[in-house]
Ligand binder design. Structure first.
Ligand SMILES: Nc1ncnc2c1ncn2[C@@H]1O[C@H](COP(=O)(O)OP(=O)(O)OP(=O)(O)O)[C@@H](O)[C@H]1O
Length: 343
């Protein structure tokens, strides 16, 4: 388990003190894929670098795998750090060394025999599917291949934790998907805990179990991914979620007074948000039957998050004022989120 206890990090610069991380407390369980999301400058990198003490926190305590890293001397810390691998946005490979030599580098001084080291490197090359590139130099590899090598290098010492600092930000969407898939399969095979920082909610949605949202050095929201996606609390979280769904276009259409979302007297433009609880009932047809409210679907979007559906529907309800009120109350009773966009 990783436990960050009241972590603050202040950089004293010539011009001013920068409070990069402010009093963050977080717990990350073994085997979890934990996402930390925030806009540029929110403090994500600083926080994640506090986990292996690449940045020493100004205040607070860091526990990883039962050891309090903040209380260790340099030698003890070097030992504990071997159990924490890290990968970076720009891969940080050694350009003068081959793929094989890059992966071999962290094994220097390891207790493994030469043959065991060779076996280890070959199995890592297999894991990242780059056996045929073992003698290539980083400059001869694509971005995705470089990140695969960086992952193999980070795993050479069988760490319990893998820290990923914007590991897919320099990659195109398809390569991003393949790297995320690789991380997920490594997590499933080995049970390694993965902490992943990103500014893309799509990355969080794809592989994380839990997410913490950072703003101005603070964690403003945190929880299991389905819960955060279905009931986001902080405004910034709602904005991030909007980037993963085309629903935000509907707000633009409303602002532009587009005819697509035009309504007449006796109509309401309503956004419905539903999850697996509400998908088990035929709510839209019940609303029509029970309350004589007609429903015209303008827009629909369904995400599958951790195997559960999470949907947004934008509809126009037509009917008597009090009937629509009753229909909305009925939907809310079945935990459908209802937002009247226009009436
Ligand atoms: N070594 C440093 N010296 C001074 N200020 C720093 C240092 N490192 C980070 N900062 C400042 O701390 C704040 C948080 O930076 P950090 O890199 O942690 O944010 P981030 O959320 O990871 O951003 P990005 O996504 O752009 O990497 C920023 O205002 C940054 O300028």
């Amino acid at each position: 388990m990783i436990r960050l206890e009241n972590i603050s990090k202040t950089f004293n610069t010539k011009d001013a003190d920068v409070h990069a991380v402010r009093d963050v407390t977080l717990e990350i369980q073994d085997g979890e894929i934990f996402g930390i999301i925030g806009f540029s400058g929110a403090g994500k990198s600083t926080l994640v670098r506090c986990i292996n003490l690449l940045e020493r926190p100004t205040k607070g305590r860091v526990f990883v795998n039962g050891a309090e890293l903040t209380s260790l001397n340099e030698k003890e810390l070097r030992n504990e750090r071997k159990k924490i691998g890290m990968i970076f946005q720009h891969f940080n490979l050694m350009s003068q060394r081959t793929v094989y030599q890059n992966i071999a580098y962290p094994l220097k001084g390891s207790k493994l025999s030469k043959e065991e080291q060779e076996q280890k490197i070959l199995s890592l090359l297999e894991l990242i599917d780059l056996k045929d590139k073992k003698d290539a130099y980083p400059s001869q590899l694509s971005g995705g291949q470089k990140q695969r090598v960086a992952i193999a290098r980070a795993l050479a010492n069988d760490p319990k934790v893998l820290l990923c600092d914007e590991a897919t930000s320099a990659l195109d969407p398809q390569t991003t998907k393949s790297i995320l898939k690789l991380l997920k399969s490594i997590n499933e095979k080995t049970g390694i805990t993965i902490v992943l920082i990103t500014h893309e909610m799509a990355v969080v949605k794809d592989i994380c179990d839990k997410v913490a949202v950072m703003e101005n050095g603070c964690v403003v929201e945190e929880g299991p991914i389905l819960e955060v996606f279905s009931h986001p609390k902080a405004k910034i979280t709602k904005n991030f979620i909007a980037t993963t769904s085309s629903i935000s276009h509907v707000y633009e259409l409303v602002e532009e007074h587009s005819p697509v979302v035009d309504i007449q007297k006796g109509q309401r433009l309503v956004k419905l948000n539903y999850d697996s609880v509400s998908t088990s009932k035929a709510l839209i047809s019940e609303v029509s039957r029970n309350f004589h409210v007609d429903t015209n679907i303008v827009f629909g979007n369904v995400e599958i998050i951790q195997g559960s559906p999470l949907g947004d529907l934008v509809v126009i309800f037509s009917g008597k004022h009090e009937d629509i009120d009753q229909a909305i109350a009925y939907l809310e009773k079945y935990e459908v989120g209802v937002e009247v966009m226009k009436q």
